[in-house]
Every structure is written in structure tokens, then in C-alpha cells.
Design a protein. Structure first.
Length: 394
């Protein structure tokens, strides 16, 4: 059977507003589809997306995980030493990040993260209404994450336009990317400066990564780049994830009631939001040899777009996929990826999500949406620009 073609544009405002009918069409078209606008292959079913993620030898990251093929064009920004590499380089850089962001290191942050979430949600509960994106989904990670990295207080807001630019850069060079680049001019210089060893406090994760230059695990030229990776990946993603969870709990009030009755579900409520909304919607791989995907022959050197969000609602894998259900077994979703590139910071993300949701469950009987939510358009990240809400008192 020939590979079917689709003219769906997954990097357009219409798609960002409501990707779900297009996701379904792509899943139903076949295990692999050609996106005629971009000349790339795409997979939207869970089985094929998972299989690609788990086979780095055939589906390489070293030619870039965006639309741009580094074998054909000079990368438009310095490639990440972990995201945009294969073993053995990938393993060397990843190992340092994994050691610094170990479960034990993250566990030590719990008390502080819970206290900050409690204080922030407490203050918001006192207000008549607020924006759940700016005032909580952005404010919380912008406080706890740079603190944990060992960064100074000033100008942390630059992390958002920086991430917005990078995540747009995985898509085509469209108006969203152009705008994001323009909006991130100051932020880029600032992030590069903050990644230097002398600008990171000795007890933070940043210093932990720089220490790898002393042991010879990384070079002094590599460590700032590996810090920058963590700064890139660690903010906009958790902003989108926490925003998704609040949006889910506001739209599914029976699930919020359940969370209040069983606060131990906070962690899974966040996990299920990552499945349901899937902050990181897409990534590419490039084939290193002729292979097959879902029984279809594919040539060497093909870019393959993985629709993580579509896989996370594939009815072949999930019962009632469009329902947000905080009691479901959400494990197995690909919102954090899978295989050797699976999110290295997921323990940190999960701790942030859990702390915010637990704080909301303690302080509110329900989350009421008081105005029109506005979506943020980004070539890779799915999230809201604004979500006006009010916490209804217990
Ligand atoms: C996305 O620079 C990096 O290493 C990097 C950037 C973005 C991500 C991951 C890594 C997946 C969260």
C-alpha cells in the first residue's frame, strides 16, 4: 500500500486551536502518513510513535529533532548536546544531567516546593479572580525552578521568551517562529550569560553540572551548553503542564471533587493532564537506514514527525481517551517521550505539578473559569496564554 498523503498543517493557528479532529484524521489515515506541505512523514498512533522513540539507531536525533535537517542545512542555533545527539555523545551529557536531577536530589526539594505552592495558592485564593496562566502556571515554575538551578532573582522572566523561541524553532520558519525570535532577542543573551559557572550558586543544579568539568566527565566548553539545555527544557514545559492540569480540573469539576476527597491522587492528576493535553506535542526523528514503519517501507534520510499528543489519545491504546480521569493508569503515555531521550527532568516536573495541584485541592472547592481562555500559538508546545479563573472557597 502506498503511504497516504495529507495536506494538514500541524504548524498553523487553526491546528493549534483545535488539533483533535486532525489528530484523528492522521491516526485513521494509516500508521504513517506523508505531510505534503512539508514533505515529511508523520505518525499519530501510539504504537508507531512509541516504537520510533524506542529505536534511536534507526530514528536518529543527531540530524535535529525539528523540521530542519542538519545533514542538509547548517543548524539555525547551536545544537543541544543531549536532545540533538545520538550515543555516544548523548550518553555522556545525559549522564551528567541525570546525576544532578536524580530522584534523591529532587526529593530533597519537596518541602520547599510544597511550601511555595501553598503560599502562592493561598494568596490567589484571597483574590477575587486571577489569571491561572500568568499568576500560577508561570509564576510557580519561574520561582522554584531558577531557585533550584541556583540562579539570581532578577530577570527570570527572560526564561519564557527564550523557551518560546526554542520550541518554535523545531517547526517551520513561519510567522510564529519569526515573532518568537524577535521577542527573545534580549532573553538569548541573558540565558547564555546565566549559564556560565560564575553566575550559578554553588548549591544549585547549575553548579552540579559545571562540577562535571572538574572530574573530566565534560569539558569546560560543554558544561555551559548542558546547563543551557536544562534552562531551555525546564520552564515552558512545566508552565504548559501545570496550566493544562488547572484547565483540566476546571473543565472536569467531578475530577476536582475526587482530588479533594483523595489528595493522594495529585501526582496522577498531573500525569493524566500531561497525557490529556501533552505540552510537548511533536518532535522529529530522521531515519538512518531504509526501514519500515507499521509495515510500510520508508527510505533512509526521511524526517518523521511524531504526534505525541495524538498518540496520547489513540483509542487503540486508551479507553475514553478524551476524558480527563485522575484515577486512570496514565503510565505509558508518551508526553515525556520514551527511550534514551525520555525527559531527564520529569521527576522535577512531577514534583512541581503535584505540589500545585495538592495546594489547589486544599484551598478550593472548585476552580471556576470566569473568562474566555486564550491559546498560545507555538510550533511545538501546546498551552494557554491566558485562563481567567476564580477559586471557589471551601
Ligand atoms: C524539550 O536544549 C535541550 O537540550 C532541550 C531543549 C528542549 C527540550 C529538551 C531538551 C523536550 C523538552
Amino acid at each position: 500500500m502506498p503511504i497516504p498523503a495529507s495536506d494538514i498543517d500541524p504548524f498553523s493557528a487553526a491546528f493549534f486551536e483545535d488539533p483533535f479532529p486532525a489528530h484523528e484524521a492522521l491516526r485513521e489515515a494509516g500508521p504513517v502518513v506523508r505531510l505534503s506541505r512539508y514533505g515529511v512523514l508523520a505518525c499519530a498512533r501510539h504504537a508507531e510513535v512509541k516504537a520510533i522513540l524506542d529505536d534511536w539507531r534507526t530514528f536518529s536525533s543527531a540530524r535535529g529533532v525539528g523540521l530542519q535537517d542538519f545533514a542538509k542545512e547548517k543548524p539555525s542555533r547551536p545544537p543541544s548536546l543531549v536532545l540533538e545527539t545520538d550515543p555516544p555523545l548523548h550518553d555522556r551529557t545525559r549522564k551528567v544531567q541525570a546525576r544532578v536531577l536524580s530522584p534523591a536530589a529532587i526529593a530533597r526539594l519537596r518541602e520547599t516546593f510544597a511550601a511555595v505552592a501553598g503560599a502562592m495558592v493561598g494568596a490567589l485564593a484571597e483574590r477575587g479572580g486571577f489569571d491561572a496562566v500568568a499568576d500560577l502556571a508561570e509564576a510557580y515554575p519561574l520561582t522554584v525552578f531558577p531557585d533550584a538551578m541556583g540562579m539570581p532573582r532578577e530577570n527570570r522572566g527572560h526564561l519564557l521568551p527564550f523557551g518560546n523561541m526554542v520550541f518554535n524553532s523545531f517547526g517551520p520558519r513561519n510567522a510564529f517562529l519569526e515573532q518568537a525570535v524577535a521577542d527573545a532577542r534580549e532573553a538569548v543573551a541573558w540565558v547564555f550569560e546565566q549559564s556560565k559557572r560564575e553566575n550559578l550558586a554553588p548549591e544549585g543544579f547549575g553548579a552540579g553540572i559545571h562540577a562535571a568539568a572538574d572530574t573530566g566527565d565534560l569539558t569546560a566548553e560543554e558544561t555551559p551548553q548542558v546547563v543551557r539545555s536544562v534552562l531551555t527544557a525546564g520552564v515552558d514545559t512545566t508552565v504548559s503542564g501545570i496550566g493544562a492540569a488547572i484547565y483540566c480540573l476546571a473543565r472536569f469539576p467531578e475530577q476536582f471533587a475526587r482530588l479533594r476527597a483523595e489528595p493522594g491522587l495529585a501526582r496522577n492528576a498531573f500525569e493524566e493532564a500531561v497525557r490529556h493535553e501533552t505540552p510537548v506535542q511533536t518532535f522529529f526523528r530522521t531515519t538512518t537506514r531504509a526501514t519500515e514503519i507499521g509495515g510500510e517501507s520508508v527510505e533512509e534520510g526521511e524526517k518523521v514527525l511524531m504526534f505525541l499528543g495524538a498518540a496520547n489519545r489513540d483509542p487503540r491504546r486508551w479507553e475514553r481517551p478524551d476524558e480527563y480521569d485522575i484515577g486512570r493508569r496514565a503510565a505509558g503515555h508518551v508526553g515525556f517521550g520514551s527511550g534514551i531521550h525520555a525527559c531527564v527532568g520529569m521527576a522535577l516536573a512531577r514534583l512541581e505539578g503535584e505540589c500545585v495541584l495538592a495546594a489547589l485541592a486544599r484551598r478550593a472547592a472548585r476552580i471556576e473559569i470566569t473568562g474566555e481562555p486564550r491559546r498560545r500559538y507555538n510550533n511545538t508546545l501546546r498551552g494557554l496564554a491566558s485562563l481567567p479563573v476564580r477559586l471557589v472557597a471551601t
